[in-house]
Write a protein that binds this ligand. Structure first.
Ligand SMILES: C[S@@+](CC[C@H](N)C(=O)[O-])C[C@H]1O[C@@H](n2cnc3c(N)ncnc32)[C@H](O)[C@@H]1O
Length: 373
């Protein structure tokens, strides 16, 4: 299986990057956008400027007010400086701001798994992604038309349009193995699977007794067609395994499954938009004990937003478990660059938990607040 980025974006696709519906705030070809092409082995980086979206001022004010409300640290501390930074440096502007939304758990759980082929990994079920893509292509999926853009050209991601959630990336498996090896505890925790794609990390937390599990992906279609079905597959199938004939027992089990599923919430959208949404949805917002994230540091343009997301959403004694390849060719990101970025901001401590030295080196790193108080 090939887990390398595989950029084969053709020029006509770039020109098609116009509004996509589904809340996406995209650019047309006359504006700037990050598009990566490995064929040329170079990164052409045309950023969306904040002004182009008419969002920046409100967006930044909102960051500031929420942050000011949530923290009362000494204004000289790196944490407070990072939280109160009212602007992003030009190179730190977010390439795109896809509006965030919450996806409700459908009432008819059976429908969620309709037309899905279920595959099995040890202790996990997941939908077959090729089948999902084929159906999406065939049905000319409305809204985010990312499959028709990425699938025929075998593109793993299109920056700002499709960020790779229709594939299970290698580092997800590294983190899954690490969970078992390190006996990571999920019970009673509030967990975020950030950039979840298939959501397998969050599903393990769900199965491990986490109290609340939030799944976030950039693309709404990934949440609806992959993450949500995977979560449902990992609850209802288990229920069916213990098949019983008595209707009362069956009903009781079913309602227990539904109750359990309500521990899970699903969100799509760009990270800063996601932060805004969750921070305003619960008052006061209870921060995450654990943020799990795999293969989300490939693009240095996103580091500032990602760092802000950790900063705003992680509980003071919380932990981020991040899995990544050492380097992402063609995109430029990687573990060392990200660790340097984090260290320069002085808010989080990073610790390497594991190095997987097979083929392309991969890492599991932990981020915790330097001064939890
Ligand atoms: C390469 S995929 C990895 C998917 C999954 N974690 C895995 O390991 O299989 C990167 C994920 O990060 C998310 N992502 C990347 N950049 C993002 C951004 N700027 N805002 C929101 N989500 C983003 C996308 O949703 C995408 O699913």
């Amino acid at each position: 299986m090939n887990f390398q980025f595989n950029f084969t974006i053709e020029d006509h696709l770039e020109k098609e990057l116009t509004p996509l519906g589904d809340g996406a705030l995209m650019l047309d070809s006359s504006k700037e956008l990050s598009v990566l092409e490995s064929q040329k082995g170079e990164q052409r980086d045309r950023k969306c400027s904040m002004e182009q979206f008419d969002l920046p001022q409100d967006h930044l004010r909102e960051h500031k007010s929420v942050e000011n409300g949530a923290h009362s640290q000494d204004t000289d501390s790196p944490l407070s400086a990072a939280l109160s930074s009212s602007h992003l440096e030009p190179h730190e502007e977010q390439p795109c701001l896809r509006v965030a939304k919450e996806h409700a758990m459908p009432k008819d759980l059976k429908k969620v798994l309709e037309n899905k082929i279920i595959e099995t990994l040890p202790g996990l079920q997941h939908v077959n992604l090729s089948a999902v893509k084929t159906i999406l292509l065939k049905d000319n999926f409305p809204g985010e038309n990312v499959v028709s853009k990425s699938f025929p050209s075998h593109t793993d991601l299109i920056t700002g349009v499709y960020e790779g959630g229709l594939k299970i990336w290698e580092c997800t498996f590294d983190l899954l193995t690490y969970f078992t090896k390190a006996k990571v505890k999920f019970a009673g925790k509030k967990v975020l699977d950030l950039g979840c794609g298939s959501g397998l990390l969050g599903i393990i937390a769900f199965k491990g007794g986490a109290n609340e599990i939030h799944f976030q992906d950039y693309n709404s279609m990934v949440i609806d067609e992959v993450t949500l079905p995977n979560v449902v597959a990992n609850s209802t199938l288990e229920d069916e395994e213990n098949d019983v004939n008595e209707p009362d027992v069956k009903r009781c089990r079913k309602s227990k499954v539904v109750q359990e599923l309500y521990k899970c919430q699903f969100f799509s959208g760009e990270w800063s938009e996601f932060c805004k949404l969750v921070l305003s949805s619960e008052k006061p917002f209870v921060k995450y004990d654990l943020i799990l994230t795999s293969e989300t540091i490939y693009n240095p343009d996103y580091y500032s937003t990602l760092h802000q997301t950790f900063l705003r959403l992680l509980g003071k004694n919380g932990q981020v478990l991040l899995a990544s390849k050492a380097h992402y060719f063609g995109v430029g990101g990687g573990v060392h660059l990200f660790q340097k970025f984090v260290e320069e901001r002085g808010v989080f401590e990073t610790r390497t938990l594991q190095i997987i030295d097979e083929g392309l080196k991969r890492f599991i790193i932990e981020l915790t607040f330097k001064c939890p108080g």
